[in-house]
Ligand binder design. Structure first.
Ligand code: 5GP
Ligand code: ZN
Length: 117
């Protein structure tokens, strides 16, 4: 049984209670487009189980998460014709974490997009 928090918005997305634009799914990992993208193709990759921060992820999930990051990273770069890609990840409020279900931001970048992250 995967850990779950009934009040967590990402657990609700994993369970299909809240819709999302899914871009990748495996047994233990889900990726969908961010509802407030900082750039076109901004995607979130997360374990389906509820782990609050990066430091709580069981090591056996690491390979599957890394595979997902690689596949989704390539896909969003191709789909947007990006020149680059940022991988970002926030832990705890002090570092800007708003949703306390660990997730990785993949943000396609263009040389001239002027974004300051
Ligand atoms: P954090 O600041 O926790 O690293 O990022 C949370 C991200 O989740 C934000 O970029 C925010 O736009 C995104 N987000 C919050 N609620 C939803 C939602 O209901 N659906 C989707 N697709 N993204 C969400
Ligand atoms: Zn959750």
């Amino acid at each position: 049984m995967k850990p779950k928090d009934p009040d967590c918005i990402f657990c609700k997305i994993v369970d299909g209670e809240i819709p999302s634009a899914k871009v990748y799914e495996s047994d233990s990992v889900l990726a969908f487009l961010d509802i407030a993208p900082v750039n076109q193709g901004h995607a979130l990759v997360l374990p389906k189980g509820h782990y609050p921060t990066m430091m709580d992820i069981p090591s056996e999930l690491g390979v599957e998460l890394m595979e997902a990051l690689s596949k989704v990273g390539k896909a969003v770069m191709e789909a947007t014709g990006a020149d680059g890609l940022n991988l970002m990840q926030n832990n705890y409020e002090a570092a800007g974490q708003l949703v306390h279900h660990v997730h990785f931001h993949l943000i396609p970048r263009h040389s001239d997009d002027g974004l300051k992250l």
